[in-house]
Structure formats: structure tokens, C-alpha cells
Design a protein around this ligand. Structure first.
Ligand code: 6R9
Length: 660
């Protein structure tokens, strides 16, 4: 049975325990339905109330949703606020300055605690340092940093002065970093000397120097460098400046820059179905509201919780569920520099025990890899640790197979903690379809129901609703506050990608396929319907990888598809035609490795194909179109049962099926 089939046949239901329901803010399905009904009755009123309760506004808004320039929607437009003020000052002002904001654990295990008061001062110092270097409201700052207190400080400092940040994941190559610096028009870059992961140092500053030297980003006047390891770096004075030295000269107060609710808080690049990544632009007010609100609902968050989201700040999950959401609520959270398997596969469980984590949020790919390790070695099995502090478990980034869900529930959560499977995207800003732990009965493999106010639905290719039980295209029918506002510098692409005319121009197209259960209406996500792969929860465009491959001088043509993978969810398979005769044997192995390294260098190690197969050609129709569905079957090792009569060169299938 395929993973999807096993999800669709899943009949186990886990109702909230009486205890979980009793202590929850949203308790029981009637409470959920009442919120949903409230949103349907008075959409503006519903959101306005949440925005007033959850955020602190410098100038109150009088308008809620404005649809006049659809699909360029605005929310709370005449309101003014500052994200960093909401995340820091207001907690300090309320007397909670001594509360721990961050429990930072480094790769090697050292722990640093930062209170809200400390964090505010550090953010102010760095905000002043940015200003001293001429960075002002509206300027873009790229952040290319390891997981660190400094990374959070850099993001919050940008928010404080109204300079939208664009965080680039530390695993991306110099070329990817260069493309993002150029596209977003950065005036400053914040990086580190090196990054530590699993005991290994990676030269971030060197990659950043390379990216800057590639050109097109001459507007970058300042490079702030966080001294993480003390490793050697090349220095370009006066452009380069140590982050600690810059901050030391500055005052520890900095008045927040009040911005309109629609002011861009950040731009985050993500893969789409064409070659070039899209700069997803988020607002300040609507985004921050949802970052905080979803933590209250999906994780039933309480002030006594110790929250831990294992994502990297380079992805949207790290933005919403590390830098913004938890801090907006005044939460205490763990921030982790390292990897789940270092020094051993018990690292997560050890940290949960040590820091008494109560809400734990991670990716299915991490769970799947830790299952394998734990089942092979009792010492690092979750049962060897005291995980009794856990209350709620969450997953994000990709579908979770019921087997992994059950293991997570039983072995990590002691059959006591609800597992919330959260479906959302870079573009949606925060959770969209997810259970509420005190209300929603859980079904492994299903993200259950839309959160209150989210009008998710499944439609066919013409935008018509399909009945439950019938698969289709996942859409959102009404705008919501945390939705992306545009694609940076490319409003046309925003319209075309997310509000396509074929669906009527009014439905938000998520890019995922989905089906709702006949009886419960629960959603199950069936994966992307476009040319986007999901490898270990990371989005990768097949076209992006293809263009990286064909930029290699020995490659004539390449086609990339995904293949289901037990650990990473999907794996990248590349079919390659060289400008020289098709290699075989050792030569093929050698060239495949070279091409993998090439892709690692062009995009980043996450994009490296797991499998590279060489052919004399690719399967094409007579009109020259590559038949990707055939390649997908070949990648899976399936027998070709499809109609191949339109194929120009059927013999090629046998060659490509053999692999290398
Ligand atoms: C938050 C994040 C978004 C894509 C999305 C979908 C997949 C995310 C999921 C899930 C099944 C879940 N996805 N959560 N699929 N179940 N709970 O991951 O953002 O990196 O933009 O990826 O990830 O395919 O469209 P992003």
C-alpha cells in the first residue's frame, strides 16, 4: 500500500483526553464550530477582534480587510505598530523582563539563557548599529546566519527599524545567496564567520564573500559578521564589521520605528514551478497576528509552557514559530544550533528532558530518521529519557505517514500528547489546516480541519467545489491576514501563481492536492500538484535543479523528478544526457558524483540528486516534450504501463530504467 492509500484507509481516531480538553482554551468541537461560525457571520469583526486582543497597536486601525485592489488585499491598513515592540518591549513594560525568552543550546551542548530584558537590549544595540551604517526604514537586509541568538537578534533589529529582512538558509550556496541579494536589492548582509553543525565548521563568511564578488549586489555597503567560532576569515574593511564590536559602541535603547500594518516585515525566497525562486513578501500586522494566534490555538499555548520548534530561521517555520510567534506571546522557547543526530540520535530527547520542553514541534523527516536510529540502539530510544514534561507534539513540512505518527504519539508522547499535524506554507504565514488539541479528534496522517477563519476548500480544475471523498486542488476561498502580499518585484507572478484565471482569479491556489474525508470532512494532503519537490520538508523546484545541471559544461539536457523516499519523503532523481557518449560503469559513478557536487555548489547540498541516471536521450513526445510522468515511473522503478505510443523514442525507457 502506498503512503497515501494507507492514510486514506486510516481509521484510528484519538479524541482529546478529558484532561487535555478541560485545560484547553478551545475545549471541545462545539467551541471550534462556534469560532468558525463567528468568522462566517462577520469576517471583518472576527479578525478585528483577534487583532485588537493579540497585538499592541501604536495607532489603532479603523479598516479591516480591503478587497478593492484584489488579489492585492490589505489588512488593518491604517493601523500602526512595530513587530519588535510587540515581541519585546511590551513584555518588559508589563513587568516580565526577567522572564526567559530564549534557552539557546549550541551544537556542542553549551546552554545560554536570554531574558526578555536582555534580548530587548541586544536588539536595540544591533538596531542602532544598523542605523549607524545608514540602514533605514524600507531598506532590505539579508541575513545568512547559523541558528543563534544573534540570528534572532538580527531579524528583530531589522523589524525594529522597519527594514525588511530576507533570511537565506545557511545551507544555500554562494550562487543562491547572490541571486537573493540581487533580487531583493539588499543594502547590508549579516553573516557569521562559521557555522557549527554536528561538530563540523562550515565557512559562512567565505561563501558570503564569494556571493558578493559575483556582482549585481554592489548596493551591499555593510557586512556584519557574528563571531561564532573565531575561525579565520578574509576581511574587507571598511565594508566588514564584527557584530559584537558594532553593538558594543551602541546604546541599549532604540525607539521602534512605527510602521503601517502593511509595511513589509520580510521577504523569504521559496521554490516555485519555474527556475527562479519567488520572494514571498509578508506584512507586519496581519502576519504577526497570525504568528501569535496560531500558537495559542494549534499548540494550546500557555505561559507556563517551554516551547521548542526545531526549524531553522532560514525557513518560514523558523520565522513564524521561533522569531515572531513565541516572542509576540512572551513565551519561553528553546533555540537549537545543531542537528538531531549529534552527538547521537538521542539529542532531541535529551534536550526535551533537560529543558523540560512541553510543546515540541518538528518535521516528519526528523522523526522518521530518529525512529530508525532508536529502534537500532536502545540507549537513544525516547523511552530511555524522561519526557514527562511533554504536553503537545507537532509536525510540519510534509505529509506524515501513519506509522511515524503512531511512533511519535506512543514513543515520544507516551500516548498522552496530542500530535498536531500542521499544514501551511511560506506563503500562508502560519498554520492553516491543523487540529486544536483540546477540541479536534486526531486521525494519523490527516491535518484535520481549517483553523477558525480559514476558508479552505477542494476544487476541480475549473474552480468548482468537489464533494468530500473526491480528490482535487487545495484552495483558500477568502483572503486571511497572514497571507503573502506579493512576490517581491513581480506582482504579475503573484497573480498568476496564486490567483490563476483558470480558477476564476479569486481562489488562493496552494499548489497541493488534497482530499476530504467523506464523513468528517478532514483534509489529507496528497502532495504538490506542480513541479515542486519536498525533500526532508524543504521545497525544491525541479526546474531550479534542471537549470543547475544544464549549466554544467558537460551536460546537454536534464530532467528532474521526485521519487518517494522512506526517510526524506521525496528524493531527487535526475535524468541526464551528456554532450559526450553515455557513460557506463565506473565512469558513470564518477560523473554522477561530480554532477551531485555541482548541484550542491550551484544551489546547496539539500538539492543534490540522490540518483543520477544517464541516457542517450530523454523520453519525448514527437513534439519534443519531455514525458515527466514516465520519468516519475522510471524513478520509482515501476513497470511502464502507460500509453507510450506518442513517444518519439520508446527504446530509451529501457536504458533509463537500468539506472547507472
Ligand atoms: C511550512 C512549510 C510548503 C509545502 C506545502 C506542502 C508541504 C507542509 C505539510 C505539508 C503535508 C503537512 N507541507 N506542511 N504537506 N502535511 N502538514 O513547510 O512551508 O517550505 O513553504 O512548504 O510543504 O506541500 O505546499 P514550505
Amino acid at each position: 500500500m502506498s503512503a497515501i492509500e494507507s492514510v486514506l484507509h486510516e481509521s484510528r481516531v484519538f479524541a482529546p483526553s478529558a484532561e487535555a480538553a478541560a485545560g484547553a482554551a478551545i475545549s471541545g468541537m462545539d467551541a471550534y464550530r462556534a469560532l468558525m461560525a463567528e468568522a462566517e457571520r462577520d469576517y471583518d469583526g472576527f479578525w478585528a477582534k483577534l487583532a485588537r486582543e493579540t497585538l499592541s497597536w501604536r495607532k489603532p486601525f479603523s479598516k479591516v480587510l480591503d478587497e478593492t485592489n484584489a488579489p492585492f488585499y490589505t489588512w488593518f491598513e491604517d493601523g500602526e505598530l512595530n513587530a519588535s515592540h510587540n515581541c519585546l518591549d511590551r513584555h518588559v513594560e508589563a513587568g516580565n523582563g526577567d522572564r526567559t525568552a530564549l534557552i539557546f543550546e549550541a551544537d556542542g551542548g553549551e546552554v545560554t539563557r536570554v531574558t526578555y530584558q536582555d534580548l530587548l537590549q541586544r536588539v536595540c544595540r544591533f538596531a542602532n548599529a544598523l542605523k549607524r551604517r545608514g540602514v533605514k526604514k524600507g531598506d532590505r537586509v539579508v541575513i545568512y546566519m547559523p541558528m543563534s541568538v544573534e540570528g534572532v537578534v538580527a531579524m528583530q533589529a531589522c523589524a525594529r527599524i522597519g527594514a525588511p529582512h530576507s533570511v537565506v538558509f545557511g545551507g544555500f550556496s554562494s550562487k543562491s545567496l547572490n541571486e537573493r541579494l540581487v533580487d531583493v536589492g539588499a543594502v547590508a548582509l549579516v553573516t557569521a564567520d562559521e557555522q557549527m553543525r554536528g561538530g563540523k565548521a562550515l565557512p559562512l563568511k567565505r561563501i558570503a564573500d564569494e556571493a558578493l564578488a559575483m556582482g549585481g549586489c554592489e548596493a551591499v555597503q555593510s557586512v556584519f559578521v557574528y563571531r561564532r567560532t573565531g575561525g579565520e576569515v578574509e576581511w574587507h574593511a571598511p565594508r566588514d564589521i564584527w557584530m559584537d564590536e558594532a553593538a558594543a559602541q551602541e546604546a541599549d535603547t532604540c525607539a521602534p520605528e512605527w510602521v503601517g500594518a502593511e509595511h513589509p516585515l520580510f521577504v523569504l525566497y521559496t521554490s516555485g514551478s519555474t527556475g527562479k525562486p519567488k520572494g514571498v513578501q509578508h506584512s507586519t500586522g496581519g502576519y504577526l497576528l497570525w504568528a501569535a494566534q496560531t500558537i495559542k490555538w494549534t499548540f494550546d499555548w500557555k505561559p507556563s509552557d517551554v516551547f521548542w520548534c526545531t526549524a531553522d530561521i532560514g525557513w518560514v517555520t523558523g520565522h513564524t514559530y521561533i522569531t515572531y510567534g513565541p516572542l509576540a506571546l512572551g513565551a519561553t522557547q528553546v533555540v537549537f544550533e545543531g542537528v538531531p543526530t549529534y552527538p547521537d540520535g538521542g539529542r532531541f530527547w535529551n534536550m526535551i528532558e533537560k529543558h523540560k520542553v512541553s510543546v515540541f514541534y518538528t518535521a516528519p523527516t526528523a522523526i522518521r530518521s530518529l525512529i530508525k536510529i532508536a529502534e537500532a540502539d536502545a540507549k537513544v530510544h525516547p523511552r530511555s529519557y524522561d519526557l514527562s514534561s511533554l504536553r503537545i507534539l507537532g509536525t510540519v513540512g510534509e505529509p506524515i505517514n501513519p506509522e511515524a505518527w503512531i511512533w511519535y504519539h506512543e514513543q515520544v508522547g507516551g500516548s498522552r500528547c496530542p500530535v498536531v499535524d500542521t499544514w501551511w506554507q511560506t506563503e500562508t504565514g502560519g498554520h492553516m489546516i491543523a487540529p486544536m488539541p483540546g477540541a479536534t479528534p486526531l486521525v494519523p496522517g490527516s491535518c484535520t480541519l481549517p483553523l477558525p477563519g480559514i476558508m479552505a476548500a477542494i476544487v476541480d480544475e475549473t474552480g468548482q467545489d468537489v464533494p468530500n471523498g473526491q480528490g482535487g486542488i487545495l484552495v483558500v476561498k477568502r483572503p486571511w491576514p497572514a497571507m503573502l502580499r506579493t512576490v517581491w518585484g513581480d506582482p504579475e507572478r503573484y497573480k498568476k501563481s496564486y490567483f490563476p484565471a483558470e480558477l476564476g482569479g479569486k481562489l488562493y491556489l496552494a499548489g497541493d492536492g488534497s482530499v476530504r474525508d467523506k464523513e468528517t470532512g478532514y483534509f489529507t494532503i496528497m502532495g504538490r500538484i506542480d513541479d515542486v519537490l519536498n525533500v526532508s520538508g524543504h521545497r525544491l523546484g525541479t526546474m531550479e535543479i534542471e537549470s543547475a545541471l544544464v549549466s554544467n559544461p558537460i551536460v546537454a539536457e536534464a530532467a528532474v523528478v521526485g521519487r518517494p523516499d522512506d526517510t526524506t519523503g521525496e528524493a531527487v532523481v535526475a535524468f541526464v544526457v551528456l554532450k559526450r557518449p553515455r557513460p557506463e560503469g565506473e565512469e558513470a559513478v564518477k560523473l554522477a558524483n561530480e554532477l551531485r557536487a555541482w548541484v550542491g555548489k550551484e544551489i546547496g547540498p539539500i538539492a543534490k540528486p540522490k540518483d543520477v541516471r544517464f541516457g542517450d536521450n530523454l523520453p519525448k513526445t514527437r513534439s519534443g516534450k519531455i514525458m515527466r510522468r514516465l520519468l516519475r515511473s522510471l524513478a520509482k522503478g515501476e513497470e511502464i504501463t502507460q500509453d507510450v505510443s506518442t513517444l518519439e523514442n520508446p527504446a530509451i525507457l529501457e536504458q533509463l530504467a537500468q539506472g547507472r
